[in-house]
Ligand binder design. Structure first.
Ligand code: PMP
Length: 448
């Protein structure tokens, strides 16, 4: 039964309708007793079904950095639907996919210049993992099949992504995936409450050497990491860590994949984490901010040498070089949204804006140090998180309760595991930074 009997708050939905939708990454039983429905969005705010303005403290799901309902994207998408609503993804093309691919390469670090479109971050990860294995086969090194991920890594929910991922709760229920082993995470006790990149931890990359000694590089296809781990609760890389990973991968002839589904297109104050941290991977996965979240779309961006390895494979030209792709790869409406979204980032100088406003975000977020239950605070760019001490025997309860209190106060923040996560819109105003952190602090204090 619904606790909330207000018909407006339920948008007239019946219990049967609520039950029909098996919601993703949600406590379905809890939600359906007391639904939190969102009916519209504009700028940095949602409107809830009960008529309240809710500040979007996670930019959707790290998707909508340019703010909601941007007229330029609405216009581009509407035009595209009228002109070409769908076009076959295989063996035929439409101009916008080539335009968008080229535009993306302009925002990539040098060398990453071949773009394979997908429908999501998870599909981008699967694409990168499959390409890595196929690449080594093409090179005559078919034994290179195993992957190295990292504890606390998140790479989406498909089989490959779950296998290389390192969030226990996402793996436990599913059993055997693909062959993957994991580097340790980089959260060290001496780095608690670090601002930006922690000083200590580059040595943890040397664990890769130890793993290669055990598994042998001849069996390893690729290492995959998020430059900044997002879903586990915003874990910036220690100074020097990513560079060291790159050196070890080069030394042992292993591909390095950066999963930049969250960090791509501005969140760190740079176009990519690779640019921000000065380390170029062999492949990069992107999604989310690519279309400002308006239409689902992802991509895997590869170095030309990887692409060329497939193109030079021999055989008749009409043969597929890579038997892989999705019905919705390079969807024309998604491409239109992507082009409009990247235009906005450039025209409004939003990536630069992240750099300008993030010091205030850092200062405000770290002002919560000393608040009860807050055992760590981490941040980079416009991403930040708190670790919340667990209630005895009830992991993840307090973060959920805190997020719900924020929601009641008109602020959407994310609870994930033992963390509260913030990913502010790039368009955030100074007062909004203060407001959301103050509301978060009050919510924690009320719980205490
Ligand atoms: N990789 C990373 C780093 C992500 O943060 C996410 C989504 N949070 C994904 C992959 C999966 O993306 P999607 O949910 O679009 O499949």
């Amino acid at each position: 039964m619904n606790k909330n009997n207000d018909d407006q708050a339920l948008c007239g939905l019946s219990q049967e309708q609520l039950d029909a939708h098996w919601m993703p990454y949600s406590g379905n039983r809890e939600f359906k007793k007391d639904p939190r429905l969102i009916v519209s969005a504009k700028g940095n705010y949602y409107t809830s079904a009960d008529g309240r303005k809710i500040f979007d403290g996670l930019s959707g799901l790290w998707t909508c950095g340019a703010g909601h309902s941007r007229p330029e994207i609405i216009e581009a998408v509407s035009r595209q639907v009228k002109e070409l609503d769908y076009s076959p993804a295989f063996q035929y093309g439409h101009p916008k996919s080539f335009e968008l691919a080229h535009r993306i390469t302009e925002l990539m670090p040098e060398g990453l210049n071949r773009v394979f479109f997908t429908g999501s971050g998870s599909e981008s990860v699967e694409t990168a993992l499959k390409v890595a294995r196929a690449y080594w086969r093409k090179k005559g090194q078919a034994s290179k099949t195993r992957f190295i991920g990292r504890v606390k890594g998140y790479h989406g929910v498909n089989w490959g992504g779950v296998s290389v991922g390192g969030i226990v709760g996402n793996r436990a229920l599913y059993g055997q995936g693909i062959d993957a082993v994991h580097l340790p995470h980089t959260m060290l006790p001496e780095n608690l409450f670090s601002k930006g990149m922690p000083e200590t931890g580059a040595h943890l990359a040397d664990e890769l050497e130890a793993m290669l000694a055990l598994h042998d590089a001849s069996n390893i296809a690729a290492v995959i990491v998020e430059p900044l781990a997002g879903s586990a609760g915003v874990i910036p890389p220690p100074v020097g860590y990513l560079k060291r990973l790159r050196e070890i991968c080069d030394k042992h002839n292993i591909l390095l994949i950066f999963d930049e589904v969250i960090t791509g297109f501005g969140r760190m104050g740079s176009n990519t984490g690779a640019e921000e941290f000065g380390v170029v991977p062999d492949m990069m996965t992107i999604a989310k901010q690519l279309t400002n979240g308006v239409i689902p779309m992802g991509a895997m961006v590869a170095k030309q040498e990887i692409y060329d390895t497939f193109m030079e494979a021999g055989g008749a030209e009409y043969m597929l070089e890579l038997p892989h792709g999705y019905t919705y790869s390079a969807h024309p409406v998604a491409c239109a949204a992507g082009l409009a979204s990247l235009d906005i980032l450039a025209q409004d100088k939003l990536v630069e804006r992240v750099k300008t406003v993030s010091p205030q975000f850092q200062e405000m977020l770290h002002s919560l140090k000393g608040t009860k239950y807050v055992s760590d605070i981490r941040n980079y760019g416009l991403a930040g998180a708190l670790t919340i001490e667990s209630a005895p025997g009830e992991p993840a309860l307090r973060p959920f309760q805190i997020a719900m209190k924020c929601w009641e106060k008109g602020f959407y923040v994310r609870c994930g595991g033992d963390t509260i996560q913030l990913g502010l819109p790039f368009t955030v105003e100074n007062a909004e930074i203060d407001n959301v952190i103050n509301a978060l602090g009050e919510s924690i204090n009320e719980l205490a």
